[in-house]
Design a protein around this ligand. Structure first.
Ligand code: PLP
Length: 406
């Protein structure tokens, strides 16, 4: 299962002594541990999330007609093979029929952005159902966002639901089905030749020139409200996971492996887990592509460090080199480790999930399969087992964050 992989541990010297693994790209994964112990600041303390905003997002999303909690699937075969107590996999591939967990964030933020804008223009705040019935003011509003695909689809879906125009900026090399899925919601797709972080800036300049509204999932200085709302939407995923574990009277999670792009998902989910569980929270390990390893770099440096393109990965949703500012404010003290993966790892994760080797078969896309792929390697190697304290008592949570687009 771990054949062909070796581990390179970095940033561990301060706590664990010299790591001493040779650098090599393929065949290695890189585990980065924080260089210093940092007292945890909760996501509420850092202002990454608000308690009221999280509750509002969860209640609103649960009230939507097509809402259903996504499955938390037990993977007993994998747990036995890895010598851990249990593996629970949150399968987001069918969330709201949109194909990824991003359905929880962008569409919800579109609703709130439109309500704010109508209130600003007319002095009257419309309800969600009034927007669904059609509003002439909203019909004149255009929302723009940059996306690797999933966030854009969520924003396009939200724009369709609530009746505004939408422009989604996609990378030039995004596969045609991604663009088609976005266009199926009536949105316009613009192609951008550059990295995600640059596309965010370009979408912003288009908004300034054309009087459009930006609904970005990444926060930057002076732009925090909408990304916060998006992360508050993602807290529902954590809530469902914790509720399902409690309902099954299962052992609490000891580890959570979670994919990192700009860090919104990790901040929303881990933030809510800390809010509910306090010191009993699981260990948080963020999973990222080998070259887009901004979280690993930052943990090793003890401060925010970006990664530069080209990222050379098919894990498009994770191909971001600049963390979202307010996500990082919390993740800085909440992350226990970051793991950077070569492509072979998501490929083995997707193959094992798709074959149904581990439990019920799941068709996961590259970013979606990265968590399971990382677990296959991390829990199998003696060095990472020991550094991350995987043992027969561990209950590991993983996420399939997207379906496979064909
Ligand atoms: C499938 C998938 N997984 C994980 C992520 C990471 O989310 P975030 O950028 O909020 O860290 C993304 C982001 O686009 C994604 O599309």
């Amino acid at each position: 299962m771990t054949e062909g992989h070796n581990l390179r541990v970095e940033g561990a010297q301060a706590k664990h002594g010299p790591a001493g693994f040779a650098a090599m790209r393929d065949g290695f994964i890189r585990l980065s541990l924080p260089v210093r112990d940092r007292p945890l600041r909760t996501a509420l303390e850092t202002g990454t999330l608000t308690s009221a905003g999280g509750a509002d997002a969860r209640e609103t999303l649960r009230s939507w007609a097509s809402y259903e909690s996504t499955p938390l699937v037990s993977l007993p075969v994998l747990a036995t093979a890895l010598g851990v107590h249990a593996v629970s996999c949150k399968d987001e591939s069918a969330r709201f029929g949109i194909g990824s967990f991003k359905a929880l964030g962008g569409a919800f933020a579109v609703l709130r952005a439109l309500q704010d804008e109508v209130e600003r223009q007319t002095g009257h705040r419309p309800s969600a159902s009034a927007l669904r019935d059609g509003s002439p003011v909203v019909a004149e509003i255009t929302i723009v966002t940059a996306s690797a695909g999933n966030h854009g689809r969520s924003v396009a879906w939200g724009s369709e639901l609530f009746g505004c125009r939408c422009v989604v900026v996609l990378p030039v090399d995004a596969i045609p089905p991604r663009a088609a899925a976005i266009e199926s919601h009536g949105a316009r797709v613009e192609r951008f030749d550059g990295a995600y972080d640059e596309a965010v800036g370009w979408a912003r300049s288009q908004a300034e020139q054309n009087g459009w509204l930006v609904v970005s999932d990444t926060a930057y200085d002076g732009y925090e409200d909408i990304p916060r709302r998006i992360m508050e939407g993602y807290t529902l995923l954590a809530e469902e996971m914790l509720d399902a574990i409690a309902a099954a009277e299962a052992r609490p999670l000891t580890h959570l492996l979670i994919q990192g792009g700009v860090g919104g998902l990790a901040a929303g989910v881990c933030g809510r887990m800390v809010e509910r569980l306090g010191d009993d929270r699981p260990r948080f390990v963020v999973v990222e592509p080998w070259k887009a390893d901004c979280f690993g770099r930052s943990l090793r440096a003890g401060h925010l460090v970006t990664a530069d393109p080209p990222f050379e990965t098919e894990m498009g949703g994770l191909a971001a080199g600049v963390p979202s500012t307010i996500a990082w404010d919390f993740l800085e003290t909440a992350l226990d480790a970051a793991v950077a993966l070569p492509e072979s790892v998501w490929i083995s994760g997707a193959a094992a999930l798709g074959r149904g080797d581990l439990g019920p078969a799941i068709e996961a896309g590259p970013s979606g399969a990265a968590g399971v792929g990382a677990l296959l390697v991390l829990a199998g190697l003696p060095a990472s087992r020991s550094l991350l304290e995987f043992d027969e008592h561990s209950h590991v949570g993983v996420l399939v964050t997207e379906k496979r687009f064909t």
